[in-house]
Design a protein around this ligand. Structure first.
Ligand code: IMP
Ligand code: MG
Length: 179
């Protein structure tokens, strides 16, 4: 086990099969759409590993872009304060937007981001998250494509960090508690 990790929560194999399933669902969904103009938007930094895997499982033409918002500040609790640190390069108006997130926890971050994207008048807006903690939700987030629902545990790896570390783990693990 890697240093600082108590146990594996989602294995590499489970990650792979989940991403493959999501890619199929997304491909199938957008294949129905006429004049598709797909822009896949990842929220940095957490989503970059998942996003890199996911886009290769979506068998459709697309553009990709990234956006950075700050929510967690090296802590395991959400403040509800969200700030745009780096905005998109691509225009959103008239496009089919697929937002990609690593994890939806309280929903505060994503709720704010969705509002911001909607304001720019996309033709459609769908949401994909790799992990979701439904028991922690403070605001409703309409998730269209959900990887794995997890209980109220702080996890890291596969892009998810604790104090900016562990993003490079190829699996998702639970941290050891300091006691
Ligand atoms: P929310 O605003 O509470 O939904 O928080 C969303 C953000 O918090 C995610 O994009 C992650 O960056 C971070 N986050 C929430 N839960 C976890 C976790 O268990 N591990 C690592 N980061 C998390
Ligand atoms: Mg994040």
């Amino acid at each position: 086990m890697d240093q600082g990790i108590e146990k594996t929560f989602v294995t590499r194999q489970e990650i792979e099969s989940t991403v493959a399933r999501l890619g199929q669902e997304i491909t199938q969904y957008y294949s129905q759409q006429q004049d598709l103009n797909l822009l896949v938007i990842g929220l940095l930094r957490g989503s970059f590993v998942f996003m890199a895997d996911l886009i290769r499982q979506i068998k459709l033409p697309m553009a990709v872009d990234f956006m950075t918002v700050s929510s967690y500040r090296d802590a395991t609790v959400s403040t509800g304060n969200v700030k745009v640190v780096m905005d998109l390069d691509e225009p959103v108006e008239g496009k089919d937007i697929l937002m990609v997130e690593d994890i939806i926890d309280t929903g505060n971050t994503f709720n704010k981001v969705i509002g911001l994207i909607r304001y720019r008048k996309p033709r459609s807006l769908k949401i994909c998250t790799f992990l979701s903690k439904p028991s922690r939700r403070q605001v409703e987030v309409p998730i269209d494509f959900c990887g794995i629902e997890i209980p109220d545990e702080f996890v890291c790896g596969y892009g998810l960090d604790y104090a900016q570390k562990y993003r490079n783990l190829p699996y998702i693990g639970i941290l050891k508690q300091d006691d």
